[in-house]
Every structure is written in structure tokens, then in C-alpha cells.
Ligand binder design. Structure first.
Ligand code: GDP
Length: 459
């Protein structure tokens, strides 16, 4: 920091929030509703544009929440919602020594209850020790459920809303039991309003917006109460982040959409990014934020910025990013020893690395976090892995799978990834079977059925 810099060297950053849940339970709608409410409440430009995230400042949360949030009571600046919906963001959650997101909202459709991806989300929250709140969504579809009452459920005992609530409660109770066994600390369970349970449940409707102020109030209040110390950062320190997505961008080549959770990144920084084979050392070419919709001209959707401070979503353009992986760490080298930073990134990658065997199936996944989740699940199913990588199913994966002696191992399991056309053609020729799915356990079930068929044919 220069002598003329008068900023407080430490400051409280915005807590990072991830929204997870089963497909179609309303993650995107909830994020849209939060963003929409924020835009309605805020002056034009009050919402900072981000890549892969939406920042909702405290004053806007306060206007949405009305009397519930008095800005005087808070010193955290607001909430940053990671808005890559679906599996994508939550399987990236994993990062060394903790989680990418500070808090999560687990969206559960009240009519549908806990589904495979809800359970997977819970599993990842549990492993990354991320505290979370359940948003019981779509309450507008349940007669008699009014989230704005002091007693959210004020219907007769036999009513539909009561039955729905009871079922959620029972499902949660079971899960709390499981979580306790894993040694979660009591602070990670939050009592919310009327619910005398340890995990908070906030009834909401992403459609009507009912309950959204309560959800924001609860998130803000709990962050202030439980996370203040963790939010203390060195504002001018070298940035620390995680790659959300690796993307080709016209005019910029390969870029990494990154969530910065500590320090700052500047347009002239040297950075180290986790890559497929080894850490990538490169120089930032540009830091990009989205332009406001109204200002998009033909040349670029992006605006270049000189510096970004945590917490923020930012697109980094730099040479040599082709091998970067979603879920991998990003570190700014500024004022630090390059070798030390490389070692740190290596250690973090090694921490997530999957043990492979001499023989086994090929596993592909969209992020490091999901690769790890796949490896865990396959380990439990006692399926050996010969190669595990982040990325789409490519011809070279087929080559690896085709060398297996055991026909059961001539298989590729892809989680949340696509299969490249030439890989598909090659797989047909080489007699390799490719399985892809967006739910880990379905993917493994599909593979197990295939194994059974082979075993039966062999008998
Ligand atoms: P995602 O897959 O979890 O991101 O779910 P979406 O946000 O795409 O929602 C799936 C479907 O549920 C869409 O048709 C939404 O319009 C609908 N939906 C989401 N939230 C609500 C809600 O609160 N009430 C009702 N009635 N429908 C909702």
C-alpha cells in the first residue's frame, strides 16, 4: 500500500452466498426474484455488475426488508449471490481449508420435498462445512401457507400446509441426525423464527416474492452474528479466488470467471491458476465486468476495469488459460514469492486430487469439486478409477478407456459434462460405453446396470 493510501488496511467483505437445490425447485427463479427486488428498490446502478454473481448492498437489503433490517445494526456490506444456477456453482464450492461460499441457500420445492440433487447438495454442504438455510419454495402453491404471518403455519392441523411442513420437518430431522454424527458444530445450525429446529427453514415463493424479505433478513442477520470475524480481509492484499467457469470469449481467448474472496486483483498482476497438469503462471491481460445491458455495443459485452476487491465476480483474460479448471484456485502473486504461490496452488490441487488405480473407468466432471464428489461416490461403490479429469468427454478419454482388458472398465462416466462429437464416434468404433448424467447416483446406477449385464452375459 502506498503512503498516500488512506484506506483501512482491513475491512469486512461481503459474505458469499450460493443457491443450491434439485433441478426445477426454483434456484434460478429465486435468484431472479432477489435481483429483481434489488433493482426495483435500488437507484439505477446501485447493483454492481458482476460476472457469475450479484451483489446486493446492505441499504438495498434494508429497503427490501423494511423494518426487519436496520442498516445501523450491521457492518457487513451486503450479500454476494453466486448466480451460476444449478449444479455448476455448488460443485465448485470446495476449496482448500473450507468452502467458496460462506453461506448457502438450499432451495426445496415444498411439493416435491428432498430429491436426489437436494441430497447431493446436502452432501457437498456437509463436506465443505458450509452453513446453510433451507428456502421452502413455491409456498404460493400450498393453500393456507402464509409466510408473512408471525406463525407461518396458521392453518388447521389437517391442512395441506401443515402436512407439507411436517414432511419437510421430518426429512430435515433425519438429515440433522446424520450431520450431527459428522461433528458439525452447533453454530452451523441456525434456529429461524418460528421453527424450533436447528436448521433454519424460511418459507418463500420465488414467484410472488413472499418470504424473500425474510430470507434476506435471516441471511444478513446470521452472517452478521456468526461470520463477522471470517469476513475480515486485507483489502489491498494479493487476491485469492476460485475459478467458477472457463470460457472462450471472442476477442479475449480463454478466460476464467472467478470469484474473488480475499484481497484485490489488478489489471497488471501476475497470477497463478490451477491447471489440468500444473499451475499456470500468467499475466492478467484484462479484468472484465459485464456492461450494463443498455450500453452494450457491438464490440464487446464487457467493460475493462483496473482493479477489483473481494468479494466480487470477475472475468480474467490472460494468456495460457486453456488448461485452467473450474473449481481451481486463482492467486495473485503481487508482493509475494512466485515459488511460494505456485506451491500453494499445487498443494490445493493435490488436496483435491483423486487417487487413481492401474485399471479402472475413466471419470470426467465439470469442476474439481464435482470430480471429488464422483471419486468419493465411486470409492463407496468400489469402482476403481484409471483417470479422473475436469472437462468434456474427449477422444483421448476414449483411447484410455479402450485399452482396458476388462470389458466392465471400457467405460467413461461423465458428470455434468458433454461428449464431444468425435469422442462419440470413436467410442462406437472402440466399443467404449459413455455414461453421462447430472445426478451422481443416477450416473453410478446406470454404470452398475451395465456391469450387471456384462456379468450376466459372462455366466
Ligand atoms: P431451477 O432449475 O431450480 O433453477 O428452477 P427454476 O427457477 O427454473 O424453476 C422451475 C420452475 O418452477 C419454473 O417453471 C418456475 O416458474 C417455477 N417456479 C419457481 N419458483 C416458483 C414458485 O415460488 N412458485 C411457483 N408456483 N412456481 C415456481
Amino acid at each position: 500500500m502506498s503512503d498516500t493510501d488512506t484506506r483501512d488496511p482491513t475491512s469486512l467483505r461481503t459474505p458469499i452466498v450460493a443457491v443450491l437445490g434439485h433441478v426445477d425447485h426454483g434456484k434460478t427463479s429465486l435468484l431472479d426474484k432477489i435481483r429483481g427486488s434489488a433493482v426495483i428498490e435500488g437507484e439505477a446502478g446501485a447493483i454492481t455488475q458482476h460476472i457469475g454473481a450479484t451483489a446486493v448492498p446492505l441499504d438495498i437489503i434494508s429497503s427490501i426488508a423494511g423494518d426487519l433490517v436496520d442498516p445501523e445494526d450491521f457492518d457487513l456490506p451486503g450479500l454476494l449471490f453466486i448466480d451460476t444456477p444449478g449444479h455448476h456453482s455448488f460443485t465448485t464450492l470446495r476449496s482448500r481449508g473450507g468452502a467458496l461460499a460462506d453461506i448457502a441457500i438450499l432451495v426445496v420445492d415444498v411439493n416435491d420435498g428432498f430429491q436426489p440433487q437436494t441430497l447431493e447438495a446436502l452432501d457437498i454442504l456437509k463436506r465443505s462445512q458450509t452453513p446453510f438455510i433451507v428456502a421452502a419454495n413455491k409456498i404460493d402453491t400450498v393453500p393456507g401457507w402464509n409466510a408473512n404471518e408471525d406463525e407461518p403455519i396458521n392453518d388447521t392441523y389437517e391442512s395441506q400446509s401443515e402436512r407439507v411442513r411436517q414432511r419437510l420437518d421430518e426429512e430435515l430431522y433425519e438429515i440433522i441426525g446424520n450431520l450431527s454424527d459428522e461433528g458439525f458444530s452447533a453454530d452451523l445450525y441456525w434456529r429461524v423464527q418460528n421453527f424450533q429446529r436447528n436448521i433454519g427453514v424460511v418459507p418463500v415463493s420465488a414467484m410472488t416474492g413472499e418470504g424473500v424479505p425474510d430470507l434476506l433478513t435471516v441471511m444478513m442477520g446470521l452472517s452478521q452474528r456468526y461470520m463477522k470475524e471470517e469476513m475480515e480481509i486485507d483489502v489491498a492484499g494479493p487476491g485469492v479466488g476460485t475459478v467458477l467457469e472457463v470460457k472462450e470469449e471472442k476477442g479475449f481467448g480463454t478466460t476464467v470467471d472467478t470469484v474473488l474472496y480475499d484481497g484485490t486483483i489488478r489489471a497488471d498482476d501476475k497470477i497463478v491458476v490451477g491447471g489440468q497438469n500444473e499451475p499456470i503462471v500468467t499475466d492478467v491481460r484484462a479484468l472484465l465486468q459485464p456492461r450494463p445491458l443498455a450500453e452494450i455495443r457491438t464490440e464487446s459485452r464487457f467493460e475493462k476495469v483496473d482493479e477489483v476487491g473481494a468479494a466480487a465476480g470477475i472475468k480474467i483474460a490472460a494468456p495460457d488459460l486453456a488448461d485452467a479448471m473450474a473449481g481451481a484456485p486463482v492467486r495473485v502473486v503481487r508482493d509475494r514469492d512466485l515459488d511460494e504461490v505456485i506451491e500453494e496452488v499445487q498443494a490445493e490441487l493435490a488436496d483435491i486430487a483423486v487417487d487413481t488405480a492401474e485399471e479402472g473407468v475413466v471419470v470426467k466432471a465439470d469442476t474439481l469439486g464435482s470430480l471429488e464428489a464422483m471419486a468419493d461416490a465411486l470409492g463407496e461403490a468400489e469402482v476403481p478409477i484409471v483417470r479422473a479429469e475436469v472437462g468434456d468427454v474427449a477422444p483421448r478419454d476414449v483411447s484410455v478407456a479402450s485399452t482396458a482388458d476388462d470389458p466392465k472398465q471400457k467405460a467413461i462416466l461423465g458428470f455434468n459434462v458433454d461428449t464431444l462429437d468425435d469422442a462419440e464416434q470413436r467410442a462406437e468404433i472402440e466399443d467404449v460405453t459413455i455414461f453421462t448424467d447430472e445426478v451422481i447416483y443416477q450416473l453410478i446406477e446406470g454404470y452398475e446396470e451395465y456391469v450387471e449385464e456384462i456379468e450376466q452375459a459372462q455366466q
